[in-house]
Design a protein around this ligand. Structure first.
Ligand code: PLP
Length: 436
């Protein structure tokens, strides 16, 4: 019964340092959030000690009477939170996280080398939706995630002018490629999703339709974003982004003659995972209780209002945003017109205690030095930020861009020289002090 502080002060201090960093800095990573004390209590509970391979009431280990109740409660709340009829929809709450959830769907419903179409990474998709890098020199493509290793992927893109999903091109490519599965949903798409158009293209080609709503599942649960459930066969999500729960994943599937339930349950276990992490599952359940409250609905509204306020302020400073703005919790900021890369902006912001991430924007050649950054509002909204606070944040970000331009002028374009110059720069130190 020795506390972490007594048992391992080195680790205790590292965790304290990270906690301080999270509280002191401006957390603008669109996929991160601050989960509650109740969720943390579940994660640090006795449930971490238990093996429970199988599904509720059909386990490969004894001693699962309480665990069965916990996992069933989580399933019931998950369906309720999204307004789903348990006769029509089921849910598997065991995926360890979002990537395993997606791969479990592919394992369940596809055969190796079947064809997938998902949104391309530079268009705002996720690696697990199938992505290749291309080597011009070798004239080859390289599979990056297991999705493109084990399945044939033809990513679709956003329109080069509007930044919106190019449905005409998607329809054209799908008619030729005849994918077994189309994936909608993404990681850096700042607008709502037109599921009816995806459904039409899927139906025209006899294709399954999966939505990965990981980023905006908190907005869907509160009806602040369109719901994918009416149109999709399967919906996956993480639980730690706008949903504000523990780091984990869920898979929702239609219950019909296609036997998705058995296939998905078996893909999660035994095909890909072992014992489910019941401490995570209890934490998802507890978060779903919160998600169904009026307070969480208000939170989701505020996340969007804050993002709109931030977008408007940045546009007023003269900056370019993909699609010109946002409908959700994130914006994608094209820094190429300002003459700097997303990598430099990320580095400078890190130094100034502002946390965001570099992100590809349409037309980028390299995912390593992309031309933009992605900025999200879920985390700071959890800390009580309102629109006026985000106008202040926009001011800090504007100063960061100006500093990037100034430092680049003196240090040259090389990132190493830029990083070195940045550490000792008085303007960056002042910005950090103001942020803190
Ligand atoms: N799907 C989407 C749309 C994501 O944005 C992410 C992560 O950012 C994932 C899946 C993967 O989730 P995880 O990092 O939990 O594996």
């Amino acid at each position: 019964n020795i506390s972490l502080e007594q048992h391992d002060p080195e680790m205790f201090n590292l965790i304290e340092n990270e906690k301080n960093r999270q509280w002191k800095c401006l957390e603008l990573i669109a996929s991160e959030n601050f989960t509650s004390r109740a969720v943390m209590d579940c994660l640090g509970s006795a449930l971490t000690n238990k093996y429970a391979e199988g599904i509720p009431n059909a386990r490969y280990y004894g001693g699962n009477e309480v665990i069965d109740k916990i996992e069933t409660l989580c399933q019931t709340r998950a369906l309720k939170a999204y307004g789903l009829n348990p006769e029509e929809w089921g849910v598997n709450v065991q995926p360890y996280s979002g990537s395993p959830a997606n791969f479990a769907v592919y394992t369940a419903l596809l055969r190796p080398h079947d064809r997938i179409m998902g949104l391309d990474l530079p268009s705002g998709g996720h690696l697990t939706h199938g992505f290749y890098t291309y080597s011009k020199a070798e004239n080859t493509r390289k599979a990056v995630s297991a999705t493109s290793v084990y399945f044939e992927s033809l990513p679709y893109r956003v329109h080069p002018q509007t930044g919106l999903i190019d449905f005409d091109k998607l329809a054209e490519s799908a008619a030729l490629f005849k994918p077994a599965l189309i994936v909608c949903g993404g990681s850096a798409y700042p607008r709502d999703w037109d599921y009816a158009s995806f459904r039409k293209i899927a139906d025209d080609n006899g294709t399954l339709l999966m939505c990965d709503m990981a980023h905006y599942s908190g907005l869907v649960a509160t009806q602040e974003h369109a719901s994918p459930f009416e149109y999709c066969d399967v919906v996956t999500t993480t639980t730690h982004k706008s949903l504000r729960g523990p780091r984990a994943g869920m898979i929702f599937y239609r219950k019909d003659a296609r036997s998705f339930e058995n296939k998905i349950n078996q893909a999660v276990f035994p095909a890909l995972q072992g014992g489910p992490h019941e401490h995570q599952i209890a934490a998802i359940a507890t978060q779903l209780k919160e998600v169904m409250t009026p307070e969480f609905k208000q939170y989701a509204k505020q996340v969007k209002a804050n993002c709109r306020a931030l977008a408007k302020a940045l546009v007023e400073y003269g900056y370019v945003l993909s699609t010109g703005g946002t409908d959700n919790h994130l914006l994608l900021w094209d820094l190429r017109p300002a003459g700097i890369t997303g990598s430099k902006m990320e580095k400078l912001c890190d130094e100034a205690c502002i946390t965001l991430n570099k992100n590809s924007v349409l037309g980028d050649r390299s995912a390593v030095t992309p031309g933009g950054v992605r900025v999200g509002t879920p985390a700071l909204t959890s800390r009580g930020f309102k629109e006026a606070d985000f106008i202040t944040v926009a001011g800090f970000l504007h100063r960061a861009v100006q500093l990037c331009i100034e430092i680049q002028k003196t240090s040259g374009k090389k990132i190493v020289d830029f990083n070195n110059a940045l550490h000792s720069h008085a303007g960056v130190k002042t910005l950090r002090a103001d942020v803190n």
